[in-house]
Design a protein around this ligand. Sequence first.
Ligand SMILES: O=C(O)CCC(=O)C(=O)O
Ligand SMILES: [Fe+2]
Length: 237
Amino acid sequence: MPELSPASIINSVERVPLCPPGLTLVPEYLSPSVESRLATYFREEASQHWIRLSNRRVILYGLHFVSNGSGHRCYTRVIPDLIRQLAEQLVADGYQNQVANHILVNEYRVGQGIMPHEDGPAFLPNAAIISLLSGTVLDFYSKELTARSKPVASVYLPPRSLCMITEEAYTSYLHGIAERNADEGVPRSDRISLTFRYTAQLPEATREAAANQAPQAEALSHSSKEKRILQFLQRRK
Ligand SMILES: O=C(O)CCC(=O)C(=O)O
Ligand SMILES: [Fe+2]
């Protein structure tokens, strides 16, 4: 896999602070060539790693949670160099304090979305979302969600943008993407997003054991571990 130099990753560093507080948009965070390199990676090299959910498909990299009552953590796929470089760049650019150890790749076909949810206390209150191939609207909701709740804020995430959800935007609101084909007349196309988060490290001994197991996770595309994660994600969304 070719190395990406920082200059090729970053096209612009303009930051637009938005509401709720802690929400920031960086348009054109990626250059078009990096966007297309990443999209090709997920659609071709990593095509067998997708896990299909009812309303989208996902690839899990790094440390993830399996719900077994005690919030058990396990390693899924080893984070590929290409993605790790992006995680490191987010720290180098000052968007995150820790290199993400939990990375979720989502792919939404036109018309698909994600239910309002909170990313939750398992992670540092800092989620970095990079959008590829299509824009979409991310809606924020109050935590008192009912079937009739309307978003309290909405932000358009253009392709190649970075969206930072931190502070109040992370802790006090839910976020989600409505299932529709267009946003304010702007048609959607299929979109891939990458969400970078950090969860507190495991104790050293456990971490080593987990790291040793990671190549095995790589080899087993539909291991029982992945099935449990899949069931967990389906319950959550
Ligand atoms: O795809 C997106 O932009 C949102 C993803 C998200 O909210 C998540 O992964 O928790
Ligand atoms: Fe989220």
